[in-house]
Design a protein around this ligand. Structure first.
Ligand SMILES: Cc1cc2nc3c(=O)[nH]c(=O)nc-3n(C[C@H](O)[C@H](O)[C@H](O)COP(=O)(O)OP(=O)(O)OC[C@H]3O[C@@H](n4cnc5c(N)ncnc54)[C@H](O)[C@@H]3O)c2cc1C
Length: 309
C-alpha cells in the first residue's frame, strides 16, 4: 500500500487535473476536514434508499471531485459522548478508540445551494440505516472527509460498473458524470423493481437491474454471473468498477485480475460491507486488494498513513 503524504494532499488540485487528462485511473488524496452540518431533509429514493440532505454553514470549503468518494458520519458513543477528530494540517487526528462512524458516498454536492446528498440503504439492525430513518430536519451531524477520490479519466473505450444497493449512489453519480458518448454496462443488484431508481446513463451504457427477490442481501451470485457474462471486445481499453458486499465481490476481484488481466490502474473492486460485520472496514480486514487502496480517513486502531492523520 502506498503511503500518502501531506504533500500529496496539498497539491490535490494539480493531481486531479493530471489524472483527469491522463490515460489511467488513480486515487487522489484531498485535504481532510471535519465539519458540523445540519440535516435539511430526508426522503425515500426508491424502496431501498433514504436520501439525507445535509446543509448549513458547515458545508463551506467542502470539495467533491469523484463519484465514489465518501464521507464518514460520526455518531456519539453508547453513553452519549461525542468524540470528534481534530484538524491537524491537511489531516485529522482521531481519538482512540475510534469513534462510532459509518461511511457513505457523496451522491451529490451542490456548492451553490451548500447541500450534500447521501443515499443510505435501508436494512435491519444498522446504526446508519436506523439514523437515516429517524432523522429530522434541523438535527446536526458531524461529517469527516472525503479523504480523497478515485479519478477515472474518460480515455477508456468501455466502462463496466457493478454493485449492490450500497454501490448504487456511486454508480448513479458516475453514470451522470461520464461523457454522453461512452459505452459500457452498469449492473445493479436490488431486491426487486421497487428498489430501482432513475439513472441518467449515457445512451450506449446498458443498465441492467438484477432482482434477487427473497434471497437476503449479500447472498446472491447474480452480480457475479452477470458481470462474468459480459462480452468484452478484444483490443479495447476497459475500466472496471465494482463494489458491494465483501464476499460477493471477492470472486469478481479475482476475475478482474486473473481473467481480464486488469490491475489497479484500470480497475477498482471494493467490499463496501460484509454480512454479519458492523462497520466493516475492508482496508483492515486482511485481504489482498487488487484494486486501489481506499484512501480512507479511517483509522480504528491502525496507525496507517493514508489519511486519518
Ligand atoms: C467507500 C464506501 C462507500 C459507501 N457508500 C455507501 C452509500 O452511499 N450508501 C450506503 O447505504 N452504504 C454505503 N456504504 C456501505 C455502508 O458503509 C455499510 O453498509 C455500513 O455497514 C452501513 O452501516 P449500518 O450502521 O447501517 O450497519 P452496520 O451497523 O455497519 O451493520 C449492522 C449489520 O447490518 C449488516 N449490513 C450492513 N450494511 C448492509 C446492507 N446494505 N444491507 C444488508 N445488511 C447490511 C452488517 O453486515 C451487520 O450485520 C459504503 C461503504 C464504503 C466503504
Amino acid at each position: 500500500m502506498t503511503r500518502r503524504t501531506d504533500d500529496d494532499r496539498t497539491r490535490h488540485r494539480e493531481r486531479l487535473a493530471e489524472v483527469r487528462t491522463g490515460t489511467v485511473a488513480a486515487k487522489v488524496p484531498y485535504p481532510i476536514r471535519i465539519r458540523e452540518m445540519e440535516v435539511r431533509g430526508a426522503q425515500r429514493i426508491g424502496a431501498g434508499l433514504i436520501r439525507v440532505t445535509l446543509g448549513g454553514e458547515g458545508h463551506s470549503g467542502f470539495e467533491s471531485h469523484s463519484p465514489d468518494e465518501h464521507v464518514k458520519l460520526i455518531f456519539p458513543d453508547e453513553d452519549g459522548t461525542l468524540r470528534l477528530p481534530v484538524a491537524n494540517g491537511v489531516m485529522l487526528d482521531w481519538p482512540r478508540p475510534f469513534p462510532v462512524s459509518r461511511e457513505y458516498t457523496v451522491r451529490r454536492y451542490d456548492a451553490g445551494a451548500g447541500e450534500i446528498d447521501l443515499d443510505i440503504a435501508l436494512h435491519p439492525g444498522g446504526l446508519g440505516s436506523d439514523w437515516a430513518q429517524a432523522v429530522r430536519p434541523g438535527e446536526r451531524i458531524h461529517v469527516a472527509g472525503p479523504p480523497g477520490g478515485l479519478i477515472v479519466p474518460h480515455a477508456y473505450d468501455r466502462y463496466l460498473l457493478a454493485g449492490d444497493i450500497t454501490a448504487l449512489p456511486a454508480i448513479a453519480r458516475r453514470l451522470e458524470e461520464l461523457p454522453r458518448t461512452v459505452s459500457g454496462w452498469a449492473f445493479v443488484e436490488v431486491r426487486d423493481a421497487a428498489e430501482e431508481i432513475p439513472l441518467a446513463a449515457p445512451e450506449d451504457v446498458e443498465v441492467r437491474w438484477l432482482h434477487r427477490g427473497d434471497v437476503p442481501a449479500g447472498r446472491s451470485d447474480l452480480l457475479e454471473r452477470a458481470v462474468r457474462a459480459v462480452p468484452i471486445p478484444d483490443g479495447e481499453r476497459l475500466y472496471v468498477w465494482i463494489a458491494g458486499e465483501a464476499t460477493t465481490v471477492k470472486p469478481l476481484r479475482r476475475w478482474v485480475k486473473d481473467d481480464l488481466g486488469l490491475g489497479p490502474d484500470d480497475s477498482d473492486v471494493t467490499g463496501y460491507w460484509k454480512r454479519g460485520v458492523a462497520d466493516f472496514d475492508e482496508e483492515h480486514a486482511g485481504h489482498e486488494h487488487a484494486g486501489h487502496e481506499h484512501g480512507h480517513e479511517h483509522g480504528h486502531e491502525h496507525a496507517h498513513g493514508d489519511g486519518h492523520g
